[in-house]
Write a protein of this length. Structure first.
Length: 302
């Protein structure tokens, strides 16, 4: 997350990394997993959605499932890497940034986004734009990477740089937790926010294999204040050794944790349930519990 004017991420580098991932095309498992979890949440909703935006379309992991639900009239896939939008694909394909969406107000009744918003500098602003793009009572369903993602890699690099270099540079992106994200949804004007958190653990032969796959995913370091240039060979070797010593299993493979935070919220509408006003309760809690109610100044006998 970032406030207005703060550029945590180098968006040019992020687009470059994602364009490279589109060319490689071999590491989509995490995005497919996030898309499957979003579809599971969508299956709990009985209504049909006719106008749908997929923000972060990548290779169309959600297209078939969305079309199979019925009632779909328009499916727009958006991505900041044009190479991910090659036809044949959705009804419309738009190359755009999450912070500068070109859609008119109330254009969609469903917006889904599988792991596209964690590289956004102005996440509150992006959520506000998505709320405006939704029709009243439209559904927002997104997945982002949470703060526990790659905590093993973060620690291994931290300790390796302390031992091998003069100071520590940022290696893994800062990510929000579920409570922060729920607050951002409310700040953007969404109603009925729900936040779920899941962890996916993947094992690799070693730290180099993990970093190779992150590169193929387009998820390498895109921080604005990252260190430029190649990582020192001694630092990389030390990091790999620390990672193995701290986290390797009995089989010698290392784990990598990906925390997937799923956010569900609705664009406000008068038909939605609203909290009761203070003092409007029709029954006393003490009666329901079978207890004796005492005033705040009254001491309980022990």
């Amino acid at each position: 997350m970032a406030g207005e004017g703060i550029q945590v991420f180098d968006r040019r580098a992020v687009r470059r990394h994602r364009a490279r991932a589109a060319d490689i095309g071999t590491a989509e498992f995490l995005f497919e997993e996030a898309a499957a979890r979003l579809i599971e949440r969508l299956d709990d909703v009985t209504r049909k959605f006719s106008r749908v935006l997929v923000l972060g379309g990548r290779r169309g992991a959600m297209q078939e499932d969305l079309a199979a639900r019925g009632g779909l009239e328009l499916l727009v896939e958006s991505d900041d890497a044009p190479a991910f939008l090659a036809p044949p694909r959705a009804s419309a394909r738009v190359a755009t940034e999450a912070e500068a969406l070109p859609f008119a107000e109330a254009s969609f009744d469903l917006v889904v986004s599988p792991l596209a918003l964690h590289w956004t500098n102005d996440l509150p602003g992006a959520l506000l734009q998505l709320r405006r793009a939704l029709k009243p009572d439209g559904l927002l369903l997104i997945a982002v990477l949470g703060g526990e993602t790659l905590h093993e890699l973060r620690r291994a690099f931290f300790e390796a740089e302390l031992q091998e270099e003069d100071g520590v540079g940022p290696r893994v992106s800062p990510m929000a937790d579920g409570r922060d994200l729920a607050g951002l949804l409310q700040r953007a004007g969404f109603a009925l926010p729900v936040v779920d958190t899941d962890r996916v653990t993947v094992t690799y032969r070693d730290a180099v294999a993990l970093m190779t796959e992150l590169r193929a995913m387009g998820e390498t370091n895109g921080l604005s204040d990252r260190r430029r240039g190649f990582t020192r060979r001694a630092t990389l070797a030390r990091m790999a050794a620390i990672y193995r010593d701290l986290f390797a299993g009995a089989d010698g493979r290392i784990p990598a944790t990906f925390e997937i935070v799923t956010l569900t919220a609705w664009a406000p509408h008068e038909s939605q349930p609203k909290p009761l006003k203070p003092g409007s309760a029709a029954a006393r809690l003490a009666d329901a519990l079978g207890a004796v109610e005492k005033s705040a100044g009254e001491k309980t006998g022990l």
